[in-house]
Design a protein around this ligand. Structure first.
Ligand SMILES: NC(=O)c1ccc[n+]([C@@H]2O[C@H](COP(=O)([O-])OP(=O)(O)OC[C@H]3O[C@@H](n4cnc5c(N)ncnc54)[C@H](OP(=O)(O)O)[C@@H]3O)[C@@H](O)[C@H]2O)c1
Length: 281
């Protein structure tokens, strides 16, 4: 496994395992499988309702707590200083740990400054080793980061070979923030990436699949990727990307695949915002 260093010096695995849409029942088995094939970063969220499964899996494994990197996210319904603080303690209980490695604000809506104050306090108190945000697009990210004391160490965004997030990179760099990629394989519509001819052709030179090339491309850019699969053999395939290097020509060819740089979801769309706030706010 390769690691990146966050702005506060914390070392974070470059590849992890995500559990979005993994049911609470299935989560413990999936995370147990993921840990057994070598994953050490697990990405969950309060909204996924499977933090307990993650907690059960790592607890029952023989892996030391300090060798596992747990990420979770404060959901919109827990926005605000008091509610976020309470939710952090709840996440700690469900994850069965006394610290979270990386805590993110899941969405940029509601009282995010209040949430951040609670997160900064949890960080100071040692309940959290690093704090960051998710789905903060460039302008929103700049505004938020400018005004907070502790700058976000991570921004988790949709990022893959079809949505390359090149546009936000200078803004992230300005605050020393690392990018973490959700939908690294394109999510449920993964066929556009895992069956992509350009990626498959590049992979054939190295004996790798299109999915492995897509993940390697992210980690080679210094972006943390967190692919999800319910199948153990795919979990093993997705982590087996550290024994080859894409050439500059491969990287340039993949750069031409960019279709919607900032992702497929418009987080500024008032209808989408209205839906989230009315449902969860
Ligand atoms: N911050 C956010 O708002 C946000 C949003 C979305 C996701 N996330 C995080 O990012 C993680 C990854 O995103 P995601 O799970 O939505 O999508 P993803 O990892 O890009 O893709 C998952 C899909 O790809 C399939 N797949 C996985 N490996 C494969 C392989 N080697 N070959 C062929 N198909 C493969 C999986 O099917 P099988 O399971 O059947 O193998 C699943 O349908 C999530 O689990 C979550 O932790 C965060």
């Amino acid at each position: 496994m390769e690691y990146i260093k966050l702005s506060n010096g914390v070392q974070m695995p470059l590849l992890g395992y995500g559990v979005f849409l993994v049911s609470p029942d299935e989560c413990e088995r999936c995370v147990t499988d993921a840990l057994s094939v070598g994953y050490r970063l697990i990405d969950t969220a309060q909204a996924y309702q499977n933090e307990e499964g993650v907690g059960n899996a790592w607890r029952k494994s023989a892996i030391k707590r300090e060798d596992i990197f747990l990420t979770t996210k404060v959901w919109i319904s827990n926005a605000g200083e008091e509610r976020a603080a309470k939710s952090i303690d709840e996440s700690l209980r469900k994850l069965q740990t006394d610290y979270i490695d990386l805590l993110l604000i899941h969405q940029a809506y509601g009282d995010v400054f209040g949430s951040w104050r609670a997160m900064e306090k949890a960080y100071r108190d040692g309940k959290v080793r690093a704090i960051g945000v998710s789905n903060f697009q460039a302008g929103r990210f700049f505004d938020f980061s400018h005004y907070v004391n502790v700058k976000p160490m991570v921004n988790q965004l949709e990022c893959n070979t079809l949505s390359q997030q090149k546009g936000i990179e200078p803004t992230l760099n300005e605050f020393g923030t690392k990018m973490m990629a959700w939908y690294p394989l394109g999510g449920q519509g993964a066929d556009g990436i895992v069956k992509n001819d350009v990626l498959a052709d590049i992979g054939s030179k190295y004996g790798k699949t299109a999915a492995q090339v897509a993940l390697r491309w992210l980690t080679q850019r210094g972006i943390v990727a967190i692919p999800k699969s319910s199948h153990k053999e795919r979990m093993a395939q997705n982590i087996d990307i550290f024994d080859f290097t894409l050439t500059d020509m491969d990287m340039a060819q993949i750069a031409t695949m960019n279709q919607h740089d900032a992702g497929t979801r418009d987080f500024g769309d008032p209808q989408f915002v209205k839906y989230l706030i009315e449902t969860y706010g």
